[in-house]
Structure formats: structure tokens, C-alpha cells
Ligand binder design. Structure first.
Ligand code: ARG
Length: 257
């Protein structure tokens, strides 16, 4: 009898130690820090419940899961997303980020997971009918953009290089630019198509021009020092695309037209 009790007790003790060890391991689960600018629906935004939501948030959560890591979201201005990955403050940047050669000098990009199109939002009845109107000689429109986005880079660059006579107004967020358009402070906003749709839906009297401006690829950025992480993410992404997980997230946020 004593022997049995001793065996049972040591089993209980063993189980307890094993559980503790298990817990310890769980706490060690590494965090994957995501830099994002949650001002860009449907890719990243703050939901009605105050939680981060959107395609990039959910896909990065799925990636973290695949890597056995815990996702931690760091919300910041878009202007800081790439630099915080470059300096190692964040592990990955996923924020509807367009791959550009210039950005490739600062960070590495994974394979692309989506495409974006730069479009132009105007007030209904605007004199601006096509992209070309912005480039017409003597055109003096005020063009709103989100600071440091490709929309900003293209317009600001073209004002310099192509002698556009329009001017650029840089805002902290796309929503701020759209608010300025609604208030009549600017004449149009250049921004990615999906956020454009969502801002137009949220405000009356706005429309998106039919003519597209530039098509681009979105990808996740990682530090150039962390090629291992980049490769792991590419493997995870491939699997998540192949098994339909990414499409499922996209379908949740973007209705097919
Ligand atoms: N695709 C554009 C870029 O890379 C805009 C991205 C803005 N993203 C955001 N979360 N506000 O510059």
C-alpha cells in the first residue's frame, strides 16, 4: 500500500513539474513585433471595439502562428513603419506597403501578397476628370496625399521633374486628406484603391476617377539583417496562399465586385 502511495505521489509530482516546465515554455513564446499604421482600411484599422483589424493584421497573425510566435501590434504613423523595421524596433512591417527600389535600399521585402492601385478621389462634379488633368499645363490643383506614401512620392516627384504646376498637401493619414477634400481645402486625394473605396463610402459627395494612376505590389518588410525571418515568412506565406487562408481573410474584408 505504502509503495502504491509513493508511486502515485511521485507521479503527481512528476506531472506537476512537467506542467510547470510546459508553462515556462509557453511564456518563452517569442513575440513577433508588427509595425503598422492602422489608418488604412481594409488593410489595417482600429475596429469599433477598439481592436486592430484588417487584412494585414489577420495575415500577420496567421504568419506568427506558423512561426510559433505571438503577434504584437505596434501602431504608428506610416512615415515610421519602414524605419522602425530598419532600426530593429519592429520585426516586420505590414501596412499596405508598396515595394519600391528606393525602399529596398533600407529594408528587405518578402514575396508580394496583394496588389494596390493608386487612384484619385475627387468631389462629385469636380473639374478633374482624368489623371491627365492634373498634368495639364497650367493646372493648379491642390493634391492631398498621406505623408511618405507612394502617392506622395509620385506626386511630389512629378511636381519637381515634370514641371507640374499643381501643389501637394501632405497629411498624417489618408482620412485627414479626405477630410480636407470634403472641407474644400484641396481638390483631390491620391491614395490606394481599397482605402479610397472605404473613405468614399464613409463620406458623401465623393467619387473615385475611373482612370487608374499606378499599379503596385504590396509586401511585408523585414530588416536586411534578418534574412532568416524573411525566408521563414515567405515559406509561411506560400502555405497560407496555397491553402486559401489569405484569400479567406481578403474575402472577409473586400467584397468581390
Ligand atoms: N501603398 C502605399 C505605400 O506603400 C500606401 C500605404 C499606406 N499604408 C498605411 N497603412 N497607411 O506607400
Amino acid at each position: 500500500m505504502k509503495k502504491i502511495i509513493a508511486i502515485v505521489m511521485s507521479l503527481v509530482l512528476f506531472a506537476g513539474v512537467a506542467m510547470l516546465a510546459g508553462c515556462g515554455k509557453k511564456e518563452e513564446k517569442k513575440t513577433l513585433i508588427l509595425a503598422t499604421s492602422a489608418d488604412f482600411p481594409p488593410y489595417e484599422f482600429v475596429g469599433d471595439d477598439g481592436a486592430y483589424a484588417g487584412i494585414d493584421i489577420e495575415v500577420s497573425k496567421l504568419i506568427a502562428e506558423k512561426l510559433g510566435m505571438e503577434l504584437q501590434v505596434e501602431n504608428m504613423d506610416f512615415n515610421s513603419v519602414i524605419s522602425s523595421v530598419q532600426t530593429g524596433k519592429a520585426d516586420i512591417g505590414m501596412s499596405g506597403i508598396t515595394v519600391t527600389d528606393k525602399r529596398k535600399q533600407s529594408v528587405d521585402f518578402t514575396d508580394s501578397y496583394a496588389t494596390g492601385v493608386q487612384v484619385i478621389i475627387v468631389k462629385e462634379g469636380s473639374a478633374i476628370k482624368t489623371v491627365d488633368d492634373l498634368y495639364a499645363t497650367g493646372a493648379k490643383y491642390k493634391i492631398g496625399v498621406q505623408l511618405a506614401t507612394t502617392g506622395d512620392i509620385y506626386i511630389s516627384g512629378d511636381i519637381e521633374d515634370k514641371k507640374m504646376s499643381c501643389s501637394v498637401e501632405e497629411y498624417k493619414t489618408g482620412a485627414d486628406a479626405v477630410a480636407a477634400l470634403v472641407a474644400g481645402k484641396i481638390d483631390c486625394v491620391v491614395i490606394d484603391n481599397e482605402p479610397a473605396k472605404s473613405f468614399v463610402a464613409a463620406n458623401s459627395g465623393l467619387k473615385i476617377l475611373d482612370t487608374e494612376y499606378v499599379t503596385e505590389d504590396y509586401a511585408i518588410c523585414v530588416s536586411k539583417e534578418n534574412t532568416e525571418l524573411r525566408d521563414q515568412i515567405n515559406t509561411a506565406l506560400k502555405e497560407l496562399i496555397a491553402d486559401g487562408s489569405v484569400q479567406k481573410v481578403v474575402d472577409k474584408y473586400i467584397s468581390a465586385e
